[in-house]
Ligand binder design. Structure first.
Ligand code: NDP
Length: 337
């Protein structure tokens, strides 16, 4: 059983050397009386939040990884043996699984059986998975959007950002995204339907860029990055604007975070700024799936995925999230279906 082992804690941007590949022996069966089931992992999801599990920090919504054990995260897997009557060999499930070829699954709270239909299986990690749901819950529940409003999205071509922009367009908003390469800017404008997009690495003065794209100001900022872009957005918000604080992927270190200086705008413009975690909204998951699947099948939502082949490529793919190597949702194909 090939595994990606977590080596030890770090407060900084993860590096490939924080992980190592190992091969260990595993019995390909679910022990009788264990209530567990054994899966063959097909796809694994690379998510920026996993960096938080690489710190030795227990006061969080999710426990840290255990050094010497495989990383874990969202996956799509096939059941191959089972001691749990609810999961039968051949079933396809989306679940929390190990970064390894085969995993024995004891906890089923986050397992969801997948009905194979015309939607690719790996999309259950992104468009129909945690990232897509974050976009849906964050945009509709936290941003309180109204038709015709001006929306700004950072890390806009990523797993979360690409759907936020499309939801905003479907809702009748004007949407601008920022991303880190000209290829991503092109995708935002020509494939994902954003009204405008810019490469923040070529626009060192974020305030000037936002003033150019939002001469009338921003009603909604969906913040995936924090740091200097958040500071510049604060300067450009409109009265009664809303900021959904989704992530802080621009922070290089947990111990020395970048400062924010423009707080006063929250008061003068009566801005509502709210951090959120998608898992507080899970009761909306069925409604989200129906909305996204319907719009996807009608061609009103498109989806960009970045697929790496093989478990060996997983550490580099994960680390690549923090320098923007991924174009769209980053997934790993561990085995063919
Ligand atoms: P992405 O697919 O967007 O991948 C990460 C992207 O972040 C990169 O592609 C890169 O894009 C951008 N990035 C990396 N470093 C920097 C930097 N220094 N400055 C600015 N941008 C950078 O990831 P996800 O869509 O999965 O996640 C997006 C955000 O949402 C993350 O912050 C994540 O933690 C958060 N999140 C929050 C959840 C919640 O419940 N609150 C749930 C899920 C995700 P580029 O090339 O454009 O720079």
């Amino acid at each position: 059983n090939k595994q990606v082992i977590f080596k030890g804690y770090t407060e900084n941007v993860p590096e490939e050397s924080d992980m190592e590949l190992k091969v260990s022996k595993i019995k390909l069966e679910a022990p009788k009386g264990s209530g567990a089931f054994l899966v063959k992992n097909l796809y694994l999801s690379c998510d920026p939040y996993m960096r938080g599990r690489m710190r030795d920090f227990r006061d969080s919504y999710i426990p840290p990884f255990v050094p010497g054990q495989p990383l874990e995260g969202f996956g799509v897997s096939k059941v191959i043996d089972s001691d749990n009557p609810a999961f039968k060999p051949g079933d396809l499930v989306s679940l929390i699984t190990g970064w390894e070829e085969y995993s024995l699954i004891h906890r089923t709270e986050q397992c969801r059986k997948i009905d194979p239909d015309e939607i690719p299986l790996s999309y259950h990690l992104g468009l129909l998975g945690m990232a897509g749901f974050t976009s849906y819950a964050g945009f509709f529940e936290v941003c309180s959007p109204k038709k015709g409003e001006f929306v700004f999205v950072s890390a806009a071509s990523g797993a979360v950002g690409q759907l936020v922009g499309q939801l905003a367009k479907l809702h009748g908003c004007y949407v601008v995204g920022s991303a880190g390469t000209s290829q991503k800017v092109d995708l935002l404008k020509n494939k994902l339907g954003f009204d405008e997009a810019f490469n923040y690495k070529e626009e060192p003065d974020f305030d000037a860029a936002l003033k150019r794209y939002f001469p009338q100001g921003i009603d909604i900022y969906f913040d995936n990055v924090g740091g200097d872009m958040l500071d510049a957005a604060l300067l450009n918000m409109r009265i009664h604007g809303r900021i959904a604080v989704c992530g802080v992927v621009s922070q290089q270190s947990f111990t020395k975070p970048q400062g924010i200086f423009n707080w006063f705008n929250l008061i003068t413009k009566r801005i509502r700024m709210q951090g959120f975690l998608q898992h507080d909204y899970l009761h909306l998951y069925p409604r989200f799936l129906e909305y996204v699947i319907t719009n996807y099948k009608q061609g009103k939502i498109v989806y960009i995925e970045d697929m790496n082949e093989g478990l060996d490529s997983a550490p580099a793919a994960f680390v690549g999230l923090f320098s923007g190597k991924n174009v769209g949702k980053q997934v790993i194909r561990v085995a063919h279906e």
